[in-house]
Each structure stands twice: as C-alpha cells, then as structure tokens.
Write a protein that binds this ligand. Structure first.
Ligand code: AMP
Ligand code: MG
Length: 334
C-alpha cells in the first residue's frame, strides 16, 4: 500500500468515533433512568456495543483507506436463531445514524468488518473497542470508544471518545486524538470537525510522592493490593483515581494524574490490543511513557492480544523508571 495521509486517517477516525458515541450516549442515558440499572441487565450495553462497532466500521469503509479492523465484536451471535430481538435493536440504532434504508444484513456485515484477526502479513489495521469499560457504561459512569491505528506492530494514530469525561470546554464529552510524532489533542466530543481543539500535555512532576495514580475500578482487571503497596513505597499519599475504561489514559495525558497501573491479576491473561492502542498513543504523544510491568514496549504486532507483554505501566515520563523499580519490588516478574 502506498503512503498513508495521516491527516485524512485521523479525520476519518474522529468522525467514526463521534458517530458511535451518539448511539452509546443515547443508550446510556435511557439506561440510567430505566429500571435496567437495578436489574443488572446487560442487554443495553450489548446492543450499543454492536451498533457502535457497525457505525465505526461503516464510517471507516467510507472515509479511511484502511479497511482492516480488529474489533472486539463480531456478528456471529446476532446471526443465530433466537437473537432476533437484539439484532432488531442493533439495526434500529444503526438506522438512526445511517438512515432508514440500511438493511439488517448490511448492519451485520459492517460489524463483521471488525472481525479481522491480524497475522504477520497485515501491515496496517485499525483496532477498535466499540465500548471500552462496559461495567462503567452500565453504572452510568466512564467508558470510551477507542480506535487505534497499528502499523508494523506499533500504534501510529488513535482516537479516544470519552462521553462522560469533561472536554476542553468544561462540558461532558471529550475526544482525544494523536498521530505519532505530531502531539496529542483534546476537543469537545460533540463539536464540529476541529472546533475547540487544544494541545494536551502530561504533568511535569519529577518526584513520585507528588503523583496521583489511576487504576481500574474492577479489582479483577488490575491488582489493587499490589498497587497500594507500590503507591506507599513511592511515597504517594493521594487516594487512587479509580475509573473504568481508557478514560484513565485520557486523565494521564491531560496531566490530571501521573501514573496508570495495570498489574496482572492472573498469569494467563493477555491484554487485548483494543484496550490499549488509542490510550497509549494519546499518552505518548502528550509526552508520557507506556511500557509493560517489566519496562518493555507494548508490542501490537502479535494478533489480537499483547502476547509478549504483561500488564501496563504508564507515567508522565520523568518518574517512569522510579515507578518501574517499585513495581519490580512488589510484582513477581518471572
Ligand atoms: P478497565 O475498564 O480498565 O477495567 O478495563 C476494561 C477491560 O478490561 C475490558 O475491555 C476487558 O477487555 C479487560 N479485561 C477483562 N479481564 C481482564 C483481566 N483479567 N485483566 C485485565 N484486563 C481485563
Ligand atoms: Mg475494553
């Protein structure tokens, strides 16, 4: 493939994430007011997840030159007998954005555009989490639509839509974006094109005692006992910022916290590429650093998972080595 125009690709990604966010926001706002919240009914997030993937993929087919998408979902389950009700709701949401003429088959085919499993021969692909942080989504809290572009196993661009994170205008809804070598930006999620865009930078602190750290709300996704020990060792006195989804990366990229900890809870878990691609490039381009718990770069060139890495450590940069040293004191790295 000839050279890629990253400006065009970033604009395509911004557009795709904004389309998907419309559906996610509408589903979440109905959810919070409805009884589903108490019933712990997961079906709304399932519907929004599929519709979000359909919208991102259809937008990329139209506006991007790269049509390989490694998404979290595929439509197999929606094509099964018995899934008609869910399928109809997904199609309805897709039609609300793309128009009433969209057929159910078209909507499912768009979802399946994201069913790619990359092998070594695919030099460039998008990776998508249509709703990252489904638990936060269901609680009415933070979640993200995360879209990253991988080239030769490295993230080269990314867009993170965070509907419940304040944007640069102070209103809820922040869209973060970055292209390798070109810095990172934040803009209002709901705005027009580039309106309200500002450059973002990580915090410039150089001592760990002044740091705040982010981690998952879910203790099953990151070891919170170890993070408490590491924080104490680093002289950190502030409580952890516990937030679902890659909104954590957005918070570090904007300088509101300085450390992201994702400490393995089990040996056999492999991090998914769509859970980190967009967040990683936004933080790195804002001046921060991302590695695994051993200090190795994250390697996005091994299929759907970060098979060569364990956990994730992110920082504003200057304190990274100190954080890694503390991690090594409390996390078993064999
Ligand atoms: P977070 O919102 O930071 O808790 O991350 C949500 C993501 O955690 C989901 O998209 C899952 O792919 C991922 N996940 C699921 N199980 C685990 C696990 N055992 N360790 C780390 N991440 C996980
Ligand atoms: Mg996810």
């Amino acid at each position: 493939m000839s050279k890629i125009d990253f400006e065009v690709e970033l604009a395509a990604a911004v557009r795709a994430v904004r389309d998907a966010a419309r559906v996610c926001q509408s589903v979440q706002s109905n959810l919070v007011t409805a009884a589903t919240l108490e019933k712990k009914d997961r079906s709304p997030v399932t519907v929004a997840d599929f519709a979000s993937q359909a919208l991102v993929c259809s937008s990329l087919l139209e506006h991007s030159r790269i049509h390989a998408v490694v998404g979290e979902e595929d439509a197999a389950e929606l094509r099964e007998a018995g899934a008609e009700a869910t399928r109809d709701r997904v199609v309805e949401h897709v039609r609300n954005v793309r128009g009433a003429s969209i057929s159910p088959d078209q909507a499912l085919d768009w979802i399946d555009v994201g069913g790619v499993t990359p092998d070594g021969s695919l030099e460039r692909y998008w990776t998508l989490d249509p709703i990252d942080g489904t638990k936060g989504f269901l609680r009415g809290e933070q979640y993200a639509i995360a879209l990253g572009l991988i080239e030769h196993g490295r993230v080269v661009a990314g867009v993170l839509g965070c509907p419940n994170l304040p944007g640069p205008d102070g209103q809820p809804g922040c869209l973060l974006s970055a292209v390798r070598g070109q810095g990172a930006q934040a803009r209002p999620l709901a705005g027009k094109a580039d309106a309200g865009t500002r450059t973002i930078r990580v915090s410039d602190i150089t001592t760990t005692a002044a740091a705040r750290f982010c981690e998952s709300v879910e203790s099953g996704h990151s070891d919170q006992d170890q993070s408490a020990q590491i924080a104490a060792d680093l002289g950190i006195t502030e409580e952890p910022v516990r937030v679902d989804s890659q909104a954590k990366y957005a918070i570090v990229a904007q300088g509101e916290a300085q450390i992201y900890l994702r400490l393995p809870t089990r040996k056999d878990y492999q991090e998914k590429i769509w859970d980190h691609a967009a967040g990683l490039i936004v933080v790195e381009e804002a001046g921060g650093r991302i590695t695994d718990v051993r200090g190795h770069d994250l390697d996005f060139g091994h299929g759907r998972t970060l098979a060569n890495n364990s956990g994730v450590i992110g920082t504003n940069g200057p304190i990274h080595d100190a954080v890694l040293a503390a991690v090594a004191r409390f996390v078993k790295l064999d």
